[in-house]
Design a protein around this ligand. Sequence first.
Ligand code: PEP
Length: 263
Amino acid sequence: LVSRENHAERSVVRVGGVPIGPGTMTLIAGPCAVETPEQTLQAAQMAQAAGATLLRGGAFKPRSSPYAFQGLGEAGLRILADVREETGLPVVTEVVDAHDVELVASYADMLQIGTRNAQNFALLQAAGEAGRPVLLKRGMSGTIEEWLMAAEYVAQRGNLDIVLCERGIRTFEKATRNTLDVAAVPVAQRLSHLPVIVDPSHSGGSRDLVLPLTRAGIAVGADGVIIDVHPHPETALCDGPQALVDGDLRELARLVRDLPPLV
Ligand code: PEP
């Protein structure tokens, strides 16, 4: 279903009216985690000023440590819905458990499936039945084929509104949080008609790498990028070191604005 074999044209997926696909460079930005209404609104306004047309933000956070901030849950979803009301930005947010899909879908414009759940088949199937577009991250140790098969699980349930996200893979290299597999973008686009975006924040894991990796994503033809933004990264409850602040966002805005026409 997601293969290009029987579907030569690359697809455009619309999220609350915002297109992601060929001819677009959609900027999705916002806080890694929803912490407070003020922090989320500020991050959304920063993102919007930089050209973002979709808001990201996690209310359910899949953390490696059970002692780390796990997210605000439904209270976080309510904050996201309020910020959408205030800014007009449609919301992309993660769902980590199949039992929460209906709840998250009742607030979100797009469901994110994270790298740790890339082969949680029950979750993928539930997301496929939720009536919302799905942002499907690549498993951190997943092959491109496994990633596309994960998309197939969603598609089999009748939902072809899927956007693939290359978010970096595990390699021997420790200088970056993950290794952005830039080649995965054109390979996935060759094999699948689905749009493919990159996550320069979770791959590099460091603020100074976000703009270079965004440029890399644009250079290999990604259909969009998803970026962490925080008004006060030094106090962030999740992934502060990779969050962009105002100064970087001005450069990001220039980068997105000055893009040559995309084909
Ligand atoms: C995220 O985008 O908030 C996230 C946790 O990403 P990943 O699943 O790629 O680690």
